[in-house]
Write a protein that binds this ligand. Sequence first.
Ligand code: SF4
Length: 274
Amino acid sequence: MNTKLLYKFPKTLMNKGSGFLSGYSHTLNPYTGCAFSCSYCYVRQMPVSTFRKQEWGTWVDIKKSAAEVLRKELIREKKKGKVTIFMSSSTDPYQPVEHKEEITRSLLEVMVEIQPDFLFVQTRSPLVRRDIDLLLQLKEKVRVSMTIETDSETIRKWFTPSAPPINARLKTLQILADAGVPTQATIAPILPSSEAFPEKLIGLVDRVCIDDFFMGDGSGGRRTQKLGVSNIYEKIDLNEWYSPDAYKIVYNRFKKMFPEEKIHLSQQGFLPFH
Ligand code: SF4
């Protein structure tokens, strides 16, 4: 799918952490829009998407002046108190165009210089490995959380055909972990997966976060319902995985391989400093 790209020069970048992310002082989005176009993405229903005439997933705005804006904002916000940043809340900071544009990299460079108290990097892209040199300079103040909703490439293609392959994400976690970057696997939203899934993450992550459409979409699952995600479960004849209890299948499998204190549920798995 061709992504329509636009350059923007925003005057502000950091937003106040709120709702599900109220544990953070700020959220940070290097891009607006997202080329990964996940079927279940509830940003599709947020004003950022609905005010736009184009379909979610077909456009990305590149925040060209982001580094200079962030520098000023960080200096100002650090004077007010603790700065904890969630990057990103309504896009993936490692969009395919980040290869060329390096907006997220430029933000990390600023954050290495003017360090926040904590930075949570949420992505599903192997491109994050390019920035290991910067992530390492943030030491324990950073955590890279890789979304891995399932270990099945077939299932991944049903729900997120434009997102990076699962094996590339696992490999990236291995590279990050080997380099010494704090890592997390975010199995969110849980999609149908195999019994072998937990084993594939052993040694790659310090912790695991499990979330689903019912706990994590901010509306008890109603937002997801509106997106029609249940149709995909019907097509693949896996309706039993679309239920408020389905997360327990994954949780119980992980409990056999990971200490319970390393498995976090929903919002708790996204909090800073853990
Ligand atoms: S990667 Fe995140 S922001 Fe992008 S479409 Fe998927 S869920 Fe939405």
